[in-house]
Write a protein that binds this ligand. Structure first.
Ligand SMILES: Cc1ncc(COP(=O)(O)O)c(C=O)c1O
Length: 371
């Protein structure tokens, strides 16, 4: 039994290494412990998931699609020209869209495609792209966030040189939950894309209100050097369904298709493709998720402030806050109390990141913080 277990552990460690992450940190969010399995009673505020789940319309579409589970995607009538159907919601064509099994997959494949020269990115940021690049031997130039925890765009521009192949911006930013003004980001994209390919990760953009909720998708569709990455894991509540997409100029799309992206749409199941299309049509469900998130987020920020913490003003479905002189390992200690959150140590100290769950879950989290 113990030998089997050791072999199993060794094999899964090897598998993890092949996949490019180490077991303690699991790669996506370097240095932050990710835990396997969900204990009974565990409140999961660790991965910025949507606690309300996917749209009822998406569920219905998924169930309908079960009748075609035996077919490949390309033999399902409803999926004729699938990218165009997704593109229609964003005012771009099917020849601007590549479907992927989640946006993390898109980010990792982008690191593989752009595997020369250097990548300019912020630190801390969502780590899939920078970590994959590092493992492939791409030089990664990390520009610290400003004191306000936003991307330092002038410093990032200065860091781009003739060796730079890509620039990665996560807007809204993870883990810091801040945003860039649409005008500043647009100017940056125009300037930086003269010298390198700019990758904008808009995983959390659907949580924004006007005038902040301006996507760079329109720019990307017309510029060979701008790529926008999107996911159905957040506002659409479909993290476990695994679907995302990227938007870019048709020429760039063809180049990506020739390397690592040729088969990505085939990696997404019929059920997921059907649910994603239906979810796009359910504006009401998205609004409900957004409103509930805003209420629970505002409660959480206010309650943390009342306890003397100084959380960053969040534009997302998570809250980032300094832990001051907290002596222990915050996320480990919270886990002992059955709340899964993230914490990490940066050059300016220890920080916690708590996902915004339901109001009930946030009240339990705050109760624990008080204790
Ligand atoms: C900024 C950002 N990008 C991408 C992802 C990956 O999401 P998925 O692979 O589920 O689409 C996440 C997940 O948390 C994220 O925070």
């Amino acid at each position: 039994m113990s030998i089997n277990r050791r072999d199993w552990l060794r094999q899964s460690s090897l598998a993890a290494l092949t996949l490019g992450f180490s077991l303690p940190s699991m790669g996506n969010e370097e240095g932050i412990t990710r835990n396997f399995g969900m204990d009974s009673g565990l409140i999961n505020l660790g991965s910025n998931e949507n606690p309300y789940g996917m749209s009822p319309k998406a569920r219905a579409a998924l169930i309908d699609m079960l009748s075609e589970h035996n077919r490949y995607q390309f033999n399902v009538k409803a999926f004729d020209d699938y990218p165009s159907k997704i593109g229609a919601y964003y005012g771009v064509g099917g020849n601007n869209i590549i479907i992927t099994a989640g946006s993390g997959d898109a980010l990792a494949q982008l690191a593989r495609h752009y595997n020369k020269g250097s990548l300019v990115t912020a630190t801390p940021t969502f780590a899939t792209l920078p970590n994959t690049a590092k493992r492939l031997g791409t030089k990664v130039i990390e520009i610290p966030l400003t004191a306000e925890k936003t991307h330092d765009l002038p410093a990032m521009l200065r860091a781009i040189d003739s060796n730079t192949q890509t620039v990665y911006i996560c807007n809204p930013a993870n883990p810091s939950s801040t945003i860039l003004s649409p005008a500043a980001l647009k100017d940056f994209c125009m300037e930086a894309s003269k010298k390198a390919t700019v990758i904008i990760d808009e995983a959390y953009i659907d949580f924004l209100n006007p005038p902040d909720n301006v996507s760079m998708i329109g720019l990307a569709a017309n510029n060979r050097n701008i790529i926008v990455v999107r996911t159905f894991s957040k506002i659409h509540g479909m993290a476990g369904m695994r679907i995302g997409f990227l938007v870019t100029h048709p020429d760039t799309m063809n180049a990506l298709d020739r390397t690592y992206f040729g088969n990505t749409q085939m990696s997404v199941s019929n059920l997921t493709l059907a649910a994603a299309l239906a979810s796009l049509k359910d504006e009401e469900h998205r609004q409900m998720c957004k409103d509930k998130n805003a209420a629970a987020r505002s409660y959480t920020i206010g309650a943390l402030q009342n306890l003397g913490y100084k959380p960053i003003n969040s534009y997302t479905n998570f809250v980032f806050f300094p832990l001051g002189n907290y002596a222990g390992n915050f996320s480990d200690d919270m886990l002992k109390k059955k709340v899964l959150i993230r914490s990490n140590t940066y050059p300016d100290g220890k920080w916690g990141r708590v996902s915004v769950g339901t109001m009930e879950e946030m009240k339990q989290f705050i109760g624990l913080m008080k204790a």
